[in-house]
Design a protein around this ligand. Sequence first.
Ligand code: LIP
Length: 278
Amino acid sequence: MADSVDLGKCFEIINNLTTEAGRLIARNNETRQEFVCKSGDIDLVTQTDQDVEKLIMNGIRQHFPDHKFIGEEESSTGNGVNKLTDAPTWIIDPVDGTMNFVHAFPHSCISVGLKVNKVTEIGIIYNPMLEQRFTARRGQGAYYNGRRIQASGQREIGKALVVSEFGTTRDEQKLQLVNENFAKMARKVHGLRALGSAALNMAMVALGAADVNYEFGIHAWDVCAGDLIVREAGGVVIDPAGGEFDIMSRRVLAAATPELAQDIAKELTQYYPQPRDD
Ligand code: LIP
């Protein structure tokens, strides 16, 4: 089916839509934003999240009426996460890093991936406040504002800059896990950062700025674009226990090299978030 999808046109359209939606996000990021809570008191949604998701979905529908969607905000209402099929499916996080956005901290992004036959063909991560656009098409490399990028090549855990997150839940068991892993990492790695956007964390691995990103509790829309962008930049994306990455598992580990990915996997205390995205 990939042959019957005009991926060049898809790429052009999503680039344009993210630019348009990015203007809205950047304008609204100038002041702190009102929000409502979703699954808990630190899982937030704003009017902008909803407006951007609609803008992107409607824009895609105009050109590709048969395409399907898995959108963060649509998934949190009604029927939950749509099932991933072989049909061309856009996986969308309209504002990844909503907590940052609510606080006018200029580090959030739009993250969009396109899957055809369940294979990711296009990935875009765009922070409109800082004009950072990460893009990839399968087999064609990864780019930062149009410049080809490469993961760092770092193999040594002791020299690795690691990014991870506290996540969007105060569940006691999850918080203990996060803190346990942070403590383990702090003893072993070069540096540890938590910047508040799962998608931008992956983009930093692709850029060669960070060497590792792991997180338990992410969703498909947080990592779909990042998975492709990291791999196209020569990095690896695996399950945090060391096996194959499963986009619906709510678990991710991205790294500059396979050796580093496996070393980090061995260190991590594992956590299997429920429910999965499928
Ligand atoms: C969130 C990320 C956050 C991460 C969460 C979640 P949202 O996305 O930005 O950094 O820890 O797992 O993915 O809710 O802001 O789109």
